[in-house]
Design a protein around this ligand. Structure first.
Ligand SMILES: [Zn+2]
Length: 315
């Protein structure tokens, strides 16, 4: 049996070194909770530009190239933010236009929003948008088939939107926990999904929020996942490094999840990212190494870590 050199490269890129810092570029009020109407804050003052400047500076310091999922309605209003991120070498990807949850839309609506957001972002950077993150990780089992079809139809190449566990807010339990091409109705889609990391706690599962977990825990989580051949996707919003932001009126549990740990978040990011030099690459860089014919299973005993059609879920 011959070993395809590309396969070895895949092992290197996904197995031992790759980790992604993703920044969801949106305003402090873009949150999808029941009873919150963020449209009423559209004209309120924000510190987004200042927070993005700070993130750009800190990423430079930490030698991190991030993947920025930019909300296109914000980009249309404040294109300078997108230009600065792009000029600093970060990847510009899409976070949609309206910040509405995916599963609440009809497929045509979602597809139109995707096309619009790509147009806006591409006009600003002059570069093709390749990836998308669903607001509030709002991809469900029910909408998965049309979701990936819509991304393919508008020429996208990857998604980082599925939480392969269950929280009280989101999740697709049973989904693969490593990058894969979702197999829908017997066909591997051409969209590479980078799932979000799942933290197992007694009796529950949670996202790997930088604000909530200690830096040593996050670094250990990344190293452990990398050792198993799984890259980790970290995610941060500009509002998460702004202790002085206005507060949304939220019920207690949601308020804790939304605002806990903001004061120490920027310093903690430094302890996490600074402690793992060279591991953070933009998601587009991993696309070159991926092939939809192969779905990678890091637990496979094939010796190559690759197996075709491993994600054979009937939806
Ligand atoms: Zn968002």
């Amino acid at each position: 049996m011959t070993i395809d050199p590309l396969v070895r490269e895949k092992e290197v890129a996904w197995g031992s070194t790759a980790t992604y810092l993703t920044l969801d570029i949106e305003e402090w009020y873009h949150a999808n909770y029941q009873g919150v109407d963020y449209t009423r804050f559209y004209d309120s003052p924000t510190t987004l530009e200042e927070m993005v400047d700070r993130l750009i500076e800190r990423c430079h310091e930490w030698k991190v190239q991030a993947t920025c999922f930019v909300l296109a309605s914000v980009a249309a209003k404040k294109p300078a933010i997108v230009r600065k991120l792009h000029a600093a070498g970060h990847e510009i990807a899409s976070h949609g236009y309206s910040h509405r949850v995916v599963h609440a839309m009809i497929p045509e609506e979602f597809r139109a929003e995707m096309a619009l957001s790509n147009d806006i972002l591409e006009q600003i950077t002059g570069e093709k948008v390749l990836g998308f993150r669903a607001p509030s990780f709002s991809v469900t089992k029910q909408c998965m088939a049309w979701y990936y079809e819509a991304l393919e139809a508008v020429g996208l190449r990857y998604s980082s939107s599925v939480f392969p566990g269950q929280t009280f807010l989101y999740g697709v339990p049973g989904s693969p926990r490593y990058p894969h091409f979702p197999r829908i109705d017997g066909r591997n889609t051409s969209i590479l999904e980078f799932p979000l990391p799942v933290v197992h706690l007694p009796g529950t599962e949670m996202g790997l929020y930088i604000r909530l977990f200690p830096a040593w825990f996050i670094r250990r989580f990344i190293r452990r996942e990398n050792a198993r051949g799984i890259p980790t996707v970290l995610y941060v919003h500009p509002r998460e490094i702004d202790p002085d932001q206005p507060r949304l009126d939220l019920p207690l549990l949601t308020r804790l999840i939304h605002y806990w740990g903001i004061r120490g978040c920027e310093a903690k990011l430094g302890r996490v990212l600074g402690g793992l030099p060279g591991r953070f690459i933009p998601m587009r860089d991993s696309l070159l190494l991926a092939d939809p014919k192969h779905n990678r299973d890091p637990h496979s005993d094939s010796g190559l870590g690759l197996r075709t059609g491993i994600v054979d879920r009937q939806l």
